[in-house]
Design a protein around this ligand. Structure first.
Ligand code: FES
Ligand SMILES: [Fe+2]
Length: 456
């Protein structure tokens, strides 16, 4: 193993993906989140789960869905978070409402589908009806209610809802400031991907046997790649990764692609991964004589050509954004892997009752390109039968805890490993995690989590 660049790792400065990087590539100054170790009870105790519910899930902004999931008046999306279900529904061209999915009469759940279309919200128990603003329109046999009962609020309970960066967001905290303020600089960076023009083409929801944080943490660092996903070593640099941290627990990592890991023996001769990515932009590796650095440049140039041909506006991206992975972390439970062709959204959702289970909810938000000659990049890993027209919103594919989720090799490797991590962190012998500065995003996450719990 050749590791000569390791001395360059200065944890006070971190690593800059591009020393000249400005704008979107600018490196945030180092923020010190300390070296503390935390009680591992946070990964399995019901008490900590309750603290999170009271101080995080019901207080922070939460990402619900792509705005195109509710593009027409009457389109709704059923967002399940812990024991709650919240209905997001478009009530007019400009407005989206959110309500607790509960009938004010006797508490029946109003909607059980994941998403769909409704003209009115009707209750299946005693036929009360509400309009898309949640206003009560019908109480069956109204004359049988006493006046004092009808004087109560008969409308649906509203939840704060906003649209930003191509996503719908809700918060159960009426006092929350606008989501754009909460996101900080991440909002501008996400805007550049025009996610409001992307469509969900794949949606998988799988139940994992681990605390939601155990899951999230594995996506917040590249430190485990060489051990758990050795096949990534020919394709991406896992050691020199730029990490940026902003207020409110927002962060990101920039992972350079089309450059092998510094742990890998040969970083210059093109390998299988390089050939695969060259093929993706229509270049046969047999005809290509350069090294990996040249291949990366060529792929970037090719993408710019494709952009010109199909009018995709890639001028708004830096070269790195065209090829590397810009992974944004949004507190509490989101990671978004951004690429011009599409963004991969990962939501880590707590189980309603069991702190040792979570749902990984993943969507591929895809920029639909018209034109027969446009080929969907193979690296996106879309199954053959995926409808890429964006015309039909695909159903959510569910996997329970005993099934292997069909999420590609890398995520399968994670799904096999993570339950073991969970069973280890609840051992009496585990004294709390010892994070490296490659895992700074995890430390930052816990810093924000602790602050949220303390400040409410
Ligand atoms: S519970 Fe909804 S109408 Fe009775
Ligand atoms: Fe992993």
């Amino acid at each position: 193993m050749k590791m000569k660049n390791r001395a360059e790792f200065n944890f006070k400065k971190g690593w800059k993906n591009n020393p000249e990087g400005k704008g979107v590539e600018a490196k945030e100054p180092f923020k010190d989140f300390g070296t503390e170790r935390f009680n591992p009870e946070r990964y399995y105790s019901n008490e900590f789960m309750k603290l999170e519910w009271d101080n995080v899930w019901t207080k922070k902004w939460l990402l619900v869905c792509n705005v195109n999931d509710v593009s027409n008046v009457g389109d709704f999306y059923n967002f399940k978070i812990g024991k709650e279900s919240i209905i997001v529904v478009r009530s007019s061209e400009k407005n989206i409402n959110a309500f607790y999915n509960v009938c004010p009469h006797r508490g029946n759940r109003l909607i059980n589908e994941d998403f769909g279309f409704i003209e009115k919200i009707g209750c299946s128990f005693h036929s009360w009806v509400f309009d898309l603003n949640g206003e009560n329109e019908q109480v069956l046999d109204k004359e049988t209610f006493r006046k004092e009962v009808l004087e109560n609020d008969l409308n649906l309970s509203k939840v704060k809802c906003e649209i930003e960066c191509g996503f719908v967001w809700i918060t159960m905290n009426d006092k929350a400031r606008p989501v754009r303020d909460y996101l900080g600089p991440v909002a501008d960076y996400l805007d550049n991907y025009k996610i409001n023009e992307m469509k969900v083409v794949r949606h998988v929801n799988s139940l994992w046997k681990a605390n939601w944080k155990t899951g999230l943490e594995a996506f917040y660092e590249t430190y485990h790649l060489s051990t758990v996903h050795p096949e990534t070593q020919t394709m991406m640099e896992d050691y020199h990764v730029q990490i940026d941290n902003w207020d409110n627990g927002m962060n990101r990592m920039i992972v350079p692609f089309i450059i092998p890991s510094i742990r890998y023996k040969d970083r210059s001769t093109i390998n299988e991964s390089t050939s695969f990515l060259l093929g993706d932009v229509g270049i046969s590796s047999e005809e290509f004589n350069g090294n990996i650095q040249e291949a990366k440049k060529l792929i970037q140039n090719k993408k710019r050509e494709i952009s010109k041909k199909f009018n995709l506006g890639y001028e708004r991206y830096t070269d790195a954004e065209l090829t590397d992975s810009f992974d944004y972390g949004i507190f509490p439970n989101i990671q978004i892997g951004c690429h011009p062709e599409g963004v991969f959204l990962f939501k880590f959702l707590p189980h309603p009752t069991d702190p040792e289970k979570f749902y990984l909810d993943t969507t591929i938000n895809y920029r639909v390109v018209e034109g027969e000659e446009y080929s969907v990049p193979a690296w996106m890993g879309l199954p053959e039968d995926t409808d890429k027209s964006g015309k039909t919103r695909p159903e959510i594919v569910y996997y329970d805890e005993n099934e292997k989720p069909d999420l590609g090799l890398i995520l399968e490797q994670d799904s096999e490993l993570i339950p073991y991590v969970q069973s280890g962190v609840r051992s009496r012998g585990f004294r709390g995690a010892l994070w490296s500065e490659q895992e700074l995003r995890i430390r930052h996450f816990h810093y924000e989590l602790n602050n949220s719990i303390k400040s409410n």
